[in-house]
Design a binder for this molecule. Structure first.
Ligand SMILES: [Zn+2]
Length: 493
């Protein structure tokens, strides 16, 4: 019997707007699909937060002894610049601008995505399928939807007929939008589209002559619409009806709304029982956007190479910072917030180290570990409430510090529950790692300062062979020295 049998897990379901008791379709097993990145640029920090939320959820399911099949796709074709099925394919555009093959763009940014996720200690999903690997499946779905007359061909492209679908279904069931409002609010520029109605969306787009990413189909040489790939891949690996579909809040409409419509048009089932959406990340109170400069890359947080930061922060500190907010709340990223999280994280790691050295006393006990452990589970069972969980962990930290200072005591059985539960929640579920604490960072900084001083002495004595050797060997291990008018500083790659 898995731990899931004794935990009443509640999940907020976007589809119903309520927290619901979670029940998986098949006993002890979960199918979960999360929309992955479009690999045309470095992964956005906001996306890292979304994927981290689902990593934590995946970890908790595993902890509860569920057998989880977690599918997170890679979008390597079909995602156009704007949601109205217009503009260039994002990957093809990047390839054109950089004069490289589209698949080089895909490879470069897929590698970047995996590197960043590894740095932040993500577990790999069970399956990571790509859109271009599932073109055949997408064409087959389009054929069925056409047969059911819920899509139409126009000039080699295929569009989903939203109005026709809405006659016997509810387009807007997830996002709460209604078709009449959509019609009034969407303007279609004359001659810009082959669509019958502006709210229709592309299942297949005919490729313009200059478009490099193209596949043959019964209708034209072209490429699939972005929404269709997720329907194809989720159904292929999880079935026509599966437990959980997740993604960022911005994907609720139109992407996920379209996924529901496609699946119902295709196989008559509502595809997903629980829709989950992770909220946004802002930077210094503003939306993050490359165009306004209010942006920071995940790698820059680590090396501190961004003018919005006073220093770099270790990956576990950033992870701890993100876990301090509930996944459905907006989280604001700032240097001050990171500094505060660093202090909290260090305190937590110090307590974990102290815990390994604590000894139990035979009779005296001031801590009810069983009650505390059930509070930790209650926090996670309440729609994965990590901030409440962290507050519970800190009540244990306070107690650990009291024992260390001989102001409290603990029995053997309570101590073993405390140790095991801390290990499970801090490392297995929150995914934190006890590396690069403040103290270690300080020691690293002091060591590099020592080498910078030795290099300066070598230069003063005109021993350039030695000074260059110090600089080059530091570069070799990923530490770059920067000479400026206020002396030499360093950044970690
Ligand atoms: Zn998707």
């Amino acid at each position: 019997m898995g731990k899931y049998t004794s935990n009443k897990l509640q999940i907020y379901n976007t589809l119903t707007g309520e927290k619901e008791v979670f029940k998986s379709l098949s006993e002890g097993a979960i199918g979960m699909y999360v929309c992955g990145p479009t690999v045309y640029s470095n992964v956005h920090l906001g996306n890292v937060r979304t994927f981290m939320s689902f990593d934590m959820i995946f970890r908790y399911f595993k902890h509860l002894d569920y057998k989880v099949r977690y599918v997170r796709n890679i979008t390597d074709a079909g995602h156009l610049e704007n949601d109205a099925d217009q503009g260039e394919d994002r990957i093809a555009k990047k390839a054109r601008l950089e004069q490289i093959e589209p698949m080089e763009v895909v490879q470069r940014y897929t590698v970047d995505f995996h590197n960043i996720l590894n740095t932040f200690n993500f577990l790999p999903p069970s399956i990571e399928p790509t859109a271009t690997g599932h073109i055949v499946e997408q064409i087959e779905i389009i054929k069925t939807i056409l047969e059911k007359e819920l899509a139409y061909e126009a000039n080699g492209s295929i569009y989903f007929d939203v109005l026709k679908y809405n006659e016997s279904n509810n387009y807007g069931i997830l996002s709460g939008r209604n078709v009449e409002d959509l019609i009034h609010n969407t303007r279609l520029l004359d001659g810009q589209s082959d669509k019958k109605n502006p709210q229709d969306f592309a299942l297949w787009k005919k490729a313009e002559p200059q478009h490099i990413m193209r596949w043959p189909s019964p209708w034209s040489d072209g490429f699939p619409g972005w929404h269709l790939e997720c329907t194809a891949m989720s159904t292929k690996y999880l079935g026509e009806n599966f437990d959980i579909h997740g993604g960022g809040m911005d994907l609720k409409f139109p992407h996920h709304e379209c996924e529901i419509a496609q699946a119902k048009a295709w196989h008559n089932h509502s595809p997903v029982n629980y829709w989950m959406h992770a909220n946004m990340l802002t930077l210094n109170g503003q939306k993050m956007a490359k165009s306004t400069g209010n942006n920071i890359l995940p790698a820059e947080i680590l090396n501190g190479d961004n003018d919005k930061l006073t220093k770099g922060f270790s990956a576990p500190v950033v992870r701890f910072f993100m876990m301090q907010a509930h996944y459905r709340s907006i989280l604001d990223f700032s240097n001050d917030a990171l500094l505060a999280s660093e202090k909290g994280f260090t305190k937590l790691m110090e307590a974990v180290s102290s815990l390994s050295k604590i000894e139990a006393t035979k009779d005296a006990n001031d801590f009810d570990a069983i009650k505390w452990r059930s509070n930790c589970y209650a926090a996670m069972n309440d729609d994965f409430n990590t901030p409440i969980l962290i507050a519970e962990l800190f009540s244990a930290v306070k107690y650990i510090n009291q024992i260390k200072d001989n102001k409290a005591s603990i029995t053997n059985s309570n101590l073993s529950i405390l140790k095991e539960t801390m290990q499970q929640f801090v490392f297995d579920i929150l995914g934190l790692e006890n590396i690069a604490t403040n103290d270690q960072n300080n020691k690293l900084g002091a060591t590099i300062e020592l080498l910078i001083n030795m290099r300066n002495e070598a230069r003063a004595q005109k021993d350039f062979a030695l000074s260059d050797k110090i600089r080059d060997e530091l570069i070799g291990i990923g530490i770059q020295l920067k000479d400026g008018k206020d002396g030499t500083t360093f950044i970690l790659d």
